[in-house]
Design a protein around this ligand. Structure first.
Ligand SMILES: [Cu+2]
Length: 441
């Protein structure tokens, strides 16, 4: 039998052994028992110099989302977040007046290093009060950002200051903790990535994706914060396919993908094609190698982060998406009539001749036909399915993106569609093959 204490100590030793020098001390803070001490010493100064990109850490990539810039002031990393209304494009055809930070929806990704002292100024340019909560971070209570409970709310026009030392590494998030239902439904959230100190253990490619869900009634341009169940826009970093930027990786690289979920109601089982991966971290808590779950799908619950790693040994265009099938469809797929198997030709004729010229019912043979390009949709809305693929339309939109693994890359720009080597592509069976194998089509 192994006691919990022994288990934690082994984890601490393993984590420490992976790095060197002062980084060991910093990593020890990531184990539960030592964390309690760190939390109780909120005024303690960090002895570590501010971590520098490409020296102390390999920067994370957040597709479709910018990074929050910072400047050094007397050894402190200083950031400025401005909460404000932002006109946001989810995909060509669908724009909405959202709330975000610094002109971005979601807010820009914050990136720092364990041991850094960070200072955040938060300016409120919204029409109502707000606060900022550092989700998953071990901070002094008065820096936790819960309106009314741990601080005064930030009124419109005011700028508040938060300051603390980062005592852990992993994948975290930020969001307001005042009128949460409205402010988060309108887009106010972001990723907060804290790297361990030292680039040796860093993966070759490190991506971060924040999952969320929205209700934008077709034809309107405001997310509806009152919605509890019928979300019709499911996003990765506030984009829907085909606007989600692909994850571009060179074959043989070690890849990390971090997922966070700050949607209102839904957990998302994210499925990656072509690979099995290890779940290496939950909510910024590293999992010892022997305890890591392996799989091809990771469930990312609301209010949580999950981080996976794998070796990208297989080239191709690999789908990565939420496996809730209603979460890989866009707006116009929701609230549609179920017409599968119905002959609507007579109804269409009548509606066309008397009511709406050009009217056409959709979906008699399934919903795939709604993916045809050029389909008419209401103003400011997008069809339910994705975009044109290499061979045919891709009938997934929403929470869908593509991992593009290539043997030869000179840049991480989108390399286009994967060219399948001869003999490795599914195709129409020939009459000779059918006859040879005794298959009647
Ligand atoms: Cu989902």
């Amino acid at each position: 039998m192994i006691t919990r204490r022994q288990f934690m100590q082994k984890g601490a030793v393993a984590a420490g052994a992976a790095t060197a020098g002062m980084a060991v001390a910093a990593n020890l803070l990531s184990t539960g028992e030592i964390r309690a001490d760190a939390r109780n010493a909120p005024g303690a100064d960090s002895n570590l110099p501010p971590g520098q990109p490409d020296v102390d850490y390999r920067p994370v990539v957040t597709p479709n989302n910018p990074k929050l810039p910072w400047k050094m002031v007397e050894g402190v990393k200083v950031f400025h977040l401005v909460a404000e209304e932002v006109e946001h494009l989810f995909a060509p055809g669908l724009k909405a007046k959202c709330w975000g930070y610094n002109g971005s929806v979601h807010g820009p990704t914050i990136e720092a290093v364990e041991g850094d002292r960070v200072r955040f100024y938060v300016t409120n340019r919204l029409p109502e009060p707000t606060t900022l909560h550092w989700h998953g971070l071990l901070v002094p209570n008065g820096m936790d950002g819960v309106g009314g409970l741990t601080q005064h709310i930030i009124h419109p026009g005011e700028t508040y200051k938060y300051e603390f030392v980062l005592r852990q590494h992993g994948t975290f998030m930020y969001h307001p903790h005042h009128d949460e239902m409205t402010q988060m439904a309108l887009g106010m959230m972001g990723l907060f990535i804290i790297h361990p100190r030292g680039i040796d253990q860093a993966p070759d490619r490190d991506f971060a994706i924040l999952l969320s869900e929205w209700k934008i009634t077709p034809g309107t341009s405001r997310p509806d914060p009152n919605e509890m169940t019928e979300f019709n826009i499911l996003t990765m970093n506030a984009a829907v396919y085909p606007a989600t930027e692909p994850l571009v990786v060179k074959q043989g690289q070690r890849v990390r993908i971090r997922f966070g979920n700050l949607g209102a109601m839904d957990h998302h089982p994210i499925h990656l094609h072509g690979y099995s991966f290890c779940v290496v971290d939950t909510d910024g808590c590293p999992i010892p190698a022997a305890a890591q779950e392996r799989g091809a799908t990771v469930l990312v619950p609301v209010g949580s982060t999950r981080t996976i790693e794998f070796m990208a040994d297989a080239p191709g265009d690999w789908a990565m998406h939420c496996h809730m099938t209603h979460h890989v469809m866009n707006q116009m797929g929701h609230g549609a009539l179920n017409l599968i198997g119905v002959d609507t030709e007579k109804i269409d004729d009548k509606v066309r001749s008397t009511l709406i010229p050009g009217f056409m019912n959709m979906g008699q043979a399934g919903m795939g036909d709604m993916g045809e390009m050029g389909m008419d949709v209401p103003r400011n809305s997008i069809p339910m399915v994705g975009g044109q693929g290499q061979y045919d339309p891709i009938t997934m939109g929403g929470m869908f993106t593509i991992l593009k693994v290539r043997p030869d890359l000179t840049s991480y720009d989108d390399p286009g569609w994967y060219q399948h080597p001869a003999g490795t592509l599914a195709r129409l069976a020939t009459p000779e093959e059918l006859k040879r194998d005794g298959i009647s089509g």
